[in-house]
Design a protein around this ligand. Structure first.
Ligand code: ADP
Ligand code: DP6
Length: 332
């Protein structure tokens, strides 16, 4: 029996990953940049066990259905193949983040699973190798191996597509992200399906590809210069462009709800009143607001008349993945 555990934190992209060049290997069409956060995370343990006759996936204490378990099995197969291992596994995972609500549970979930496999089988992967493995589970997961800012360099092959931390002289410790939860239910269109449909059918997708690498360069420059407004402006613009592509997909779709628009409007009005803050959104209606820590409470007050305390969740820069070795014993 081989057992291992890991904890990985979610990350929110400031420059989005949106579209795959290779669906099987999960090679993205564009590079992306994220901030790992401390408020939301996943803890996963994996047990490769000779007594099992199939893979089992338990999420938040609930045994998952065949569809979800098959996704996990496919990921485990990558590791089993590489290691020449013929054991089924039980994956037990706890999300300290709402699942599939556009709050990046797939990022923390698949990064934690990769880390748990690394520990269980003593793979001793480097951070880059671990990032490549996590990427095979979910693209955004490759960035959750790192704390603070991370850049996923798109690469053009399994070997060359991975994330790395961005040196920032700890500037991220001065930043915060406020999550405005307008809906924590499961979304209609997953990130995976949404980006696929967009790449295949949206006439706006070429515009996305034309601008995203310049956005990335601007974001990296802003981090190097510790220029909050520059980082915020490019974050907001890049997110809006990503969401713009979905409107021209066939059939068209949007992740925005009327409440999301309300939050965007409130962010703009806060800025007009002199409070620097910028929004971004992922594949769901919840809005994340980038703000300097020193301005967080003013921002919360600005939103408080429209949203309850429970809907406003603050997050700060989070750490890299934590690998937790449990026990290792030779095959019985
Ligand atoms: P989100 O915005 O939460 O990342 P996605 O639709 O992109 O939403 O991904 C949700 C999917 O990620 C889930 O349906 C499940 O397949 C996978 N996932 C979420 N949490 C975990 C976890 N802890 N372990 C393994 N897979 C997970
Ligand atoms: C909008 O990483 O969930 O959050 O690679 O298909 O698993 P798959 O997709 P996923 O997509 C994340 C999309 C995004 C933007 C981002 O996180 O960069």
């Amino acid at each position: 029996m081989y057992t291992g555990k890991a904890r990985a934190y979610t990350n929110i992209a400031l420059i989005k990953y949106w579209g795959k060049k290779d669906e099987h290997l999960i090679i993205p069409m564009n590079s992306s940049l994220s901030l790992t956060l401390d408020a939301f995370y996943t803890e996963t343990s994996v047990q490769f066990d000779e007594n099992l006759t199939e893979d089992l996936f338990v999420l938040d204490g609930q045994k998952q259905d065949t569809k979800q378990t098959t996704k996990i099995s496919k990921f485990l197969d990558l590791v089993r193949k590489e290691q020449n291992l013929a054991l089924f596994a039980k994956v037990d995972s706890q999300n300290y983040v709402p699942t599939a609500a556009g709050l990046a549970s797939s990022a923390s979930g698949l990064a934690a699973l990769a880390g748990a496999c690394n520990e269980a089988l003593d793979l001793q992967l480097t951070e880059i190798e671990l990032s490549r493995l996590a990427r095979r589970g979910s693209g955004s997961a490759c960035r959750s191996i790192f704390g603070g800012f991370a850049e996923w360099q798109k690469g053009d092959s399994d070997q060359t597509s991975f994330a790395q931390g961005i040196p920032s002289d700890h500037w991220e410790d001065e930043l915060a992200m406020l999550f405005v939860l307008v809906d924590d239910g499961v979304k209609d269109v997953s990130s995976r399906d949404g980006m696929k449909r967009t790449v295949e059918s949206s006439s706006f997708y070429s515009g996305w590809l034309e601008t995203v690498e310049a956005d990335l360069a601007t974001a990296k420059q802003a981090i190097a210069e510790k220029d909050f407004n520059k980082l915020g402006e490019v974050t907001e613009a890049n997110g809006l462009r990503m969401h713009g592509t979905t409107l021209a997909a066939v059939p068209p779709f949007t992740y925005w709800s009327p409440e999301s628009l309300k939050v965007m409007q409130l962010v703009r009005s806060a800025r007009q009143q002199g409070l620097p803050c910028y929004f971004t959104m992922d594949a769901g209606p919840n809005v994340k607001i980038l703000v300097e820590k020193k301005n967080l409470s003013t921002l919360k007050n600005h939103l408080a008349t429209h949203f309850s305390k429970k809907q406003l969740i603050e997050a700060y820069a989070g750490p890299k993945i934590a690998l937790i070795p449990l026990e290792r014993s030779e095959k019985l």
